[in-house]
Design a protein around this ligand. Sequence first.
Ligand code: BGC
Length: 264
Amino acid sequence: MTASEIDDESESGTDGGARIGFGIDIGGTGMKAAPVDLATGELAGDRYRIDTPQPADPAAMAVVVEQLVQHFDWTGPVGVAFPTVVRNGIVRSAANIDDAWIGVDAAGVFGAATGGPVHVLNDADAAGVAEMRFGTGRGRGGVVIVLTFGTGIGSGFFVDGHLAPNSELGHLEVDGVDAELRAAASARGRDNLSWEQWADRVQRYLTEVVKLFSPELIIVGGGASKKPDKWLPYIDVGVEIEVASMANSAGIVGAALMAPTSVA
Ligand code: BGC
């Protein structure tokens, strides 16, 4: 399923009433959920958050997923944004989550918890889908790269609005080091950096991204995008950079858009 298929379907198929979907955004510290108006990308209810259990293993997280859907009495299909590579529902990496997830059928585990069909996709892919459909990337063609700067660096890679999933550009090796270890938002506090010092690292990272992929546009999201004036003025990589506009809801909205029967 691609972003443009979502475009096609979400314009039609409405009967005048709002079509509501449901998204869950799973991160290393919090698991957040909300119903979503699929036609507007607005949350259709207050977001509800539960701390990510530690260890963040499949059984413990399935319990929280069940609590999240129960909180909203939601029984329909669910989209889940997950901070790993996810192919056909199976988790293929675990940079910032318990290793016990590798090889697990996350769609099956969460489907058993919710009692309905579940689609699981990478968290930055989900945020990117939302930005391309309703946010900063709306209507933008060519190669657009959405980068989320948080605990790690996530990436959503789009060509003419179509998602190429699991791009994992946060793990580009830059100067011999996994990029997110130096340039994620979390590295600023961990390494005691000023905004300018951290921006230098981001500049170095983005220079590599641009060298390899020559995007039309880079959209920056995640925690660091809440204070863009602190660091964006230090960045110049010769490519348009815009701030994500869907703030905290991008992962939830993108997940809801990609839920199994959202495009039925
Ligand atoms: C993971 C990605 C994820 C990103 C943001 C990275 O460490 O490898 O899959 O999208 O963190 O959560």
